[in-house]
Design a protein around this ligand. Structure first.
Ligand code: ADP
Ligand code: VHF
Length: 281
């Protein structure tokens, strides 16, 4: 069996979707058809016996639309937008998941949750219990209380930390790009696509540029490569794929060579907490 064919047996799957994939670029409104499709696919994965955790961005973008569309400038504005938007986003997920007979649960975490031994253990226990109960945990950063010192700032790394915490088998990072290129393809037309990374060397790490291509996204490719480091060193495979057509997840699970696969490379030397400590928004 090829590395790709092995993906179909992955049982505990974390899926991260970014704000740019959840909203219409033209208006900033939620792309309900896309969200519906995501919910349907996750419900089908559940039906196949898989456990799925969704890491969904979009709180600030949703709050922005609800509150009139102005781009938030201050931290307090972003926190207030997130408070409005997160509730609304969950309302949409709850409604759609219940149509497919699934129960959605919300988990909001900050860097402090993960760095503190007691709260990290609590979070891990809650995830495990929610999965045992057959629910779909939906995770976001707790933006309403996150200030610089306790913030991850992007859900790419957060989703990898969740994968590490729950000992996930596979992390899907759904983005506005097909995967990793040797350079930002939006700026460098000679950039070449990379289908698989077995060993995430510094050479690969340097390919990720921090710029985001959208008005609502954060992080660019740099944070996705940091996510790959966390996920693979913790024992999970990670695939970056284009969220344009969410069916791509089925095709990847069937072994098609789409997206960039980062192979798990679990190492006992990797110090996850030190790595998290060094993360700044
Ligand atoms: N080496 C690279 N390979 C692919 N994309 C890259 C690279 N370096 C920078 N990028 C940029 O990163 C963007 C994806 O990041 P981002 O906008 O944060 O997406 P999302 O909101 O989906 O998380 C791409 O659209 C691309 O412009
Ligand atoms: N936690 C923030 C999103 C942070 C983030 O990583 O955004 P994105 O680059 O769209 O995945 C929110 O929900 O608005």
């Amino acid at each position: 069996m090829t590395e790709r064919e092995l993906l179909k047996d992955k049982k505990r799957i974390v899926i991260k979707i970014g704000s740019s994939s959840l909203t219409h670029a033209e208006t900033g409104d939620l792309n309900l058809a896309k969200i519906e499709k995501l919910v349907r696919i996750i419900s089908d994965m559940r039906g196949m016996g898989k456990e799925v955790i969704l890491v969904s961005s979009g709180a600030i973008a949703t709050g922005r639309q609800t509150l009139g569309g102005k781009k938030p400038e201050t931290v307090a504005e972003k926190q207030a937008y997130a408070a409005v938007g997160q509730a609304r986003l969950m309302m949409v997920y709850q409604k759609l998941f219940s149509e497919y007979n699934q129960t959605a649960a919300q988990i909001l975490i900050t860097k402090a949750t993960i760095l503190d031994d007691t709260s990290r253990t609590n979070a891990k226990n809650t995830f495990n219990e929610l999965l045992k109960l057959g629910t779909v945990p939906i995770v976001n950063e707790n933006d309403t209380v996150s200030t610089y010192e306790i913030k991850f700032g992007d859900n790419d790394r957060l989703s990898a930390i969740v994968a590490a915490l729950v000992e996930g088998d596979l992390l899907f990072l759904l983005s506005d790009i097909d995967g990793l290129y040797t350079d930002d393809p939006k700026k460098n037309p000679d950039a070449k696509f990379i289908s698989q990374v077995d060993d995430l060397t510094d050479e690969f790490m340097a390919m990720g540029k921090g710029t985001t291509g959208s008005d609502v996204g954060t992080g660019g490719m740099a944070t996705k490569l940091h996510a790959a480091k966390i996920a693979t060193e913790s024992g999970a495979d990670m695939v970056i794929a284009n969220a344009d057509d969410l069916e791509v997840m089925w095709r990847i699970l069937k072994g098609e060579e789409i997206g960039t696969l980062f192979k798990a490379n679990k190492s006992s030397e990797f110090a996850l907490l030190d790595y998290i400590q060094s993360i700044h928004a």
